[in-house]
Structure formats: structure tokens, C-alpha cells
Design a protein around this ligand. Structure first.
Ligand code: NAD
Length: 477
């Protein structure tokens, strides 16, 4: 497995200003040293991206050639899938059966944007003047700072790099200091694909220097950020320096609503994967079960049986279904929120404790919050394997409970009543509503949130337009 990592700036690999240890969450021990980018490295990465933006080696090639480079990157990703998955599993603790299955669809995102690169059109405007021709062209926005969290980072980079590069932008990609190895390994593929120097730069480092310098840099035109709402506030403040366009993909507290007429097997399975996949460390984790009161006990009993059968184990074992959290900080945070919620009236159904083994394992947890609907675990994102359960007695109550948090990223609804389903789609305040399914994604479908979940939309053809700006041209004839 790859064990040496470098920054990637202006087409070259370099060791960084210093190094820091990255921790294997399955053991809690440092497994590899990571290069740290400080101000100098970030400044050079942005300068390289700025130069590359107008360099004929990039600005002078055709849109279809940009597409070919993206398609080549997709092929390389697929070829490197086992190696990348192993690195991601080691560095983040995400189980190998999840990391290895994700890379194929990440490659599909690059292929999708490869196909869109030469389909970015302008348009003619029919101005009411006989001697005037007016048209609108689309131009790439410039230098993009893509800042991503540690979870699903290859995917979260693909939904930024794919459209940004298709549009003709250049990128400085910042990997999270919590687990930067997968993106540093990915930089090798960018290099091999043959992107000109400076078109894609990959750095990592700490928020206070690397993150702050990048997001406030005067030469950055667009900040594409995915992470938590608290960090988003810093990013928005930093963007006061460069007045860059900012897109925000933030956290969630997504409800899964189950009506008594639903296909219960399918709802139980969706709820199980919805909250416990990636040990709950997913922005779309279905962390709030809202179940019709008449089926609550039966539903929870079936869910509990499945939770008790989950195979907890080492993340690099294909048989493992549930692994550790990524950081010790996350483990402590979850412990605190669960403890507070219990004092607020939540009742423990299962879990609620660290697992007695090395590493950052927290048990799959279910809390009955029907007597504590405002408990902390109901209202705030834990980013961990903790499910709150509450009941509803009417459709109206289901909607008002679903919409009760400040977030609005995703929601799941399980019902066999199609008319009701349509009413709920309209009433639920979230960027994605999954009906009788959960977590379905596709490069063709936009994804993003309402409210505290941010305002960006990633995926889909329109995402390319976010990385362009228009130019209006007037010609007197
Ligand atoms: P985080 O906000 O702590 O960090 C995200 C990135 O921002 C990291 O690279 C970090 O170094 C950087 N950063 C931190 N402070 C910064 C600053 N002041 N200036 C510039 N950069 C800074 O997020 P995390 O804990 O790594 O990830 C978990 C969060 O991400 C959760 O809230 C989760 O829901 C969210 N998330 C959202 C989506 C989505 O698509 N909506 C997807 C995945 C994760």
C-alpha cells in the first residue's frame, strides 16, 4: 500500500513545510506522515493555478480535449481502485467494502463531466435593434479553491473537479488534515492523466493556516466548500477578502418518515443503512426515524434485531459491516451529545457507549426520543452512528417534525400512498427527498441542501454552469 505522501503543486510533488502524523482510526496510532502546506505552499499552489488558467497548455486546448483528460482520469481511477480504497480505509477507518465499491461510481462522475465539457453553449439574444447583434458566451470562472472534509473525499472532490475542469477552471484542492492520504494518492492519477502543470494542485494542512490562506486568497475566484456549518461561517468570513463566489454543501439531520402502509422490510433496511453505513459519518445519514405510532414497536423491534446482527470489525476486512469513527474528537463529541440527551429524557434502546476495543469505535446506537423530542441528539448533527426515534400520529405531525431542525439536506419517506407521497415532497424542507428508497445518487441528479445544510448544488449538468460566468457581447453591424 502507498505509504509516502507529498503535496502536488504546479505539476510537481513536494514534501511540504513540515509533516504531521495521520492516525489509523482502527488502532488510534499514527500510520503515516503527511506533508503540511503552510502559507508559502498555498500561495504557490494558487499562483500555479492562476498561471495555468491562462496558459495556452490549458486555456488553449479545446473543450473536447479537456473532456478527454477527464475521461482518462476516470479510467486511471478505476485501475487504481484497490490501492485507493485501501488507503482511504486505512486513513479514515471507513470499511473496505464501502470504499472499494464507491470508486467505480466516482469514475462515472468524471466520465459524465468529460461528456459535458464540449456542450457548454452560449446563446444569441434577439435585441429589438436592426443594427445590433447581441450574444452571451460562457467563460470559465477562474481559480477554484475546493475544500473538502475527510469523509467521502474522493467523491466530494469529483463533484467539484469534474464540472470545474470541464468548464476550463483550474483548481487548488484542499484535503482535510484529519485524513488527507486518499486525495494525496489521487494527485498521482491527476499527474498521470496528463493535466498541464498547475491545472490541479492538491494540498493539505491545518485550518488556521492552510485553510484560512486558501479561502481568503485574492487570486481565488470560487470557493467550493463541503464541511460543517461552523467552518462554513469561517469560509464566508474569509471570502470577504477575495469576494469569491462561495458554494456551501454542509451537514444534515435527515429524517426518515415511515407510514404504517409502507413496505416495512424495505423501510427497515433503508433505515439501517441510512444511519449505520460509514458508521453514521455521512452528510445524508438518516439520523431521525419518524415512525407512525401504530407500527413503532414492531418497526423498532425489527430494526433492533438487525442492529444486533451487524458485524463490527477491522475496516480492512471485507466481512466487516461496521467500523470505527474517523477521529477521537468525533468519539468524544458523540459521547457528550448522547449523555446530554439521556439527561433530557431520551431512552436508550441499544448502544450508547464506546466499544471495548482499540481504536475509535462507538456502538450502533438507537435512542427513543418520543418523550424528548427536543433532545440534543434530535436537533444537532452528530456525524456518527446514533439514531433518534420519534412517532407521529398524522401526516401533518410527520411534516412538522420532519421540518423541525435548522438543516434541510435530505429526507426519506416510506409509504405506499402515492398521493400522500406527492404532498410530502412539496411539504418537506430539504434538497433531496427519497421516496421508498434512501441514498440513491447519480451524476445526472443535482444534490444539495436548504437552510443550515448550505445552498450549493452539485451533480447534474447545471453544476458545470456554476464554474462559468457569462460575457455579454454587443456588435453594431
Ligand atoms: P469541517 O468543516 O471541520 O472541515 C472541512 C474542511 O474545511 C477541512 O478540509 C478543513 O481543514 C477545512 N477548514 C476547517 N476550518 C477552516 C477554515 N477556518 N478555513 C478554511 N478551511 C477550513 O468538516 P469535517 O468535520 O471534516 O466533516 C464533517 C462535516 O462535513 C459534517 O457536517 C458533514 O455533514 C459535512 N459534509 C457535508 C456534505 C454535503 O455534501 N452536504 C458531504 C460530506 C460531509
Amino acid at each position: 500500500m502507498i505509504s509516502e505522501f507529498e503535496l502536488y503543486i504546479d505539476g510537481k510533488f513536494e514534501p511540504g513545510a513540515a509533516t504531521f502524523g495521520s492516525i489509523d482510526p482502527a488502532t488510534g496510532a499514527v500510520w503515516a506522515q503527511m506533508p503540511e502546506a503552510r502559507s508559502d505552499e498555498v500561495n504557490r499552489a494558487v499562483a500555479a493555478a492562476r498561471r495555468a488558467f491562462t496558459d495556452p497548455a490549458w486555456a488553449g486546448i479545446s473543450a473536447s480535449q479537456r473532456g478527454k483528460l477527464l475521461a482518462r482520469l476516470a479510467d486511471l481511477l478505476e485501475d487504481a481502485a484497490p490501492e485507493l480504497a485501501a488507503v482511504e480505509t486505512r486513513d479514515t477507518g471507513k470499511i473496505i467494502r464501502e470504499t472499494s465499491s464507491q470508486i467505480a461510481y466516482i469514475a462515472e462522475y468524471y466520465r459524465y463531466y468529460a461528456g459535458i465539457a464540449d456542450k457548454i453553449d452560449g446563446r444569441h439574444v434577439a435585441i429589438d435593434k436592426a443594427d445590433m447583434q447581441t450574444w452571451i458566451t460562457r467563460e470559465p470562472l477562474g481559480v477554484v479553491a475546493a475544500i473538502v472534509p475527510w469523509n467521502s473525499q474522493l467523491f466530494l472532490s469529483a463533484v467539484k473537479l469534474g464540472p470545474a475542469l470541464a468548464a476550463g477552471c483550474t483548481v487548488v484542492l484542499k484535503a482535510s488534515e484529519d485524513a488527507p492520504a486518499p486525495l494525496l494518492a489521487f494527485a498521482r492519477l491527476v499527474h498521470e492523466a496528463g493535466f498541464p502543470p498547475g491545472v490541479v494542485n492538491v494540498v493539505t494542512g491545518f485550518a488556521a493556516e492552510c485553510g484560512a490562506v486558501l479561502s481568503s486568497h485574492p487570486q481565488v475566484d470560487h470557493i467550493a466548500f463541503t464541511g460543517g456549518p461552523a467552518t462554513a461561517r469561517h469560509i464566508v468570513n474569509n471570502s470577504a477578502h477575495n469576494l469569491a463566489k462561495v458554494s456551501l454543501e454542509l451537514g444534515g439531520k435527515s429524517p426518515i418518515l415511515v407510514f404504517a402502509d409502507a413496505d416495512i422490510d424495505s423501510a427497515v433496511n433503508a433505515q439501517l443503512a441510512g444511519i449505520f453505513a460509514a458508521s453514521g459519518q455521512s452528510c445524508v445519514a438518516g439520523s431521525r426515524l419518524l415512525v407512525e405510532e401504530s407500527i413503532k414497536d414492531a418497526f423498532v423491534a425489527r430494526l433492533l434485531a438487525k442492529v444486533q446482527a451487524i458485524r463490527v470489525g477491522l475496516p480492512d476486512d471485507m466481512a466487516t459491516e461496521f467500523g470505527p469513527l474517523c477521529t477521537a474528537r468525533q468519539l468524544t463529541h458523540i459521547e457528550q451529545v448522547v449523555a446530554t440527551s439521556l439527561t433530557q429524557g431520551a431512552r436508550l434502546i441499544t448502544g450508547g457507549r464506546r466499544l471495548d476495543r482499540a481504536g475509535y469505535y462507538y456502538a450502533p446506537t438507537i435512542l427513543d426520543c418520543s418523550a424528548a423530542p427536543d433532545a440534543e441528539c434530535v436537533l444537532t448533527e452528530l456525524f456518527g452512528p446514533v439514531l433518534s426515534v420519534d412517532v407521529f400520529r398524522s401526516e401533518q405531525e410527520a411534516i412538522s417534525k420532519a421540518n423541525k431542525t435548522a438543516y434541510g439536506l435530505a429526507a426519506g419517506v416510506f409509504t405506499s400512498n402515492l398521493t400522500r407521497a406527492h404532498r410530502l415532497v412539496k411539504a418537506i424542507k430539504s434538497g433531496v427527498v427519497w421516496m421508498n428508497t434512501y441514498r440513491a445518487i447519480s451524476p445526472l441528479a443535482p444534490f444539495g441542501g436548504f437552510g443550515l445544510s448550505g445552498h450549493g448544488r452539485e451533480g447534474g449538468a447545471d453544476a458545470v454552469l456554476d464554474y462559468t460566468t457569462t460575457k455579454t457581447v454587443w456588435l453594431r453591424t
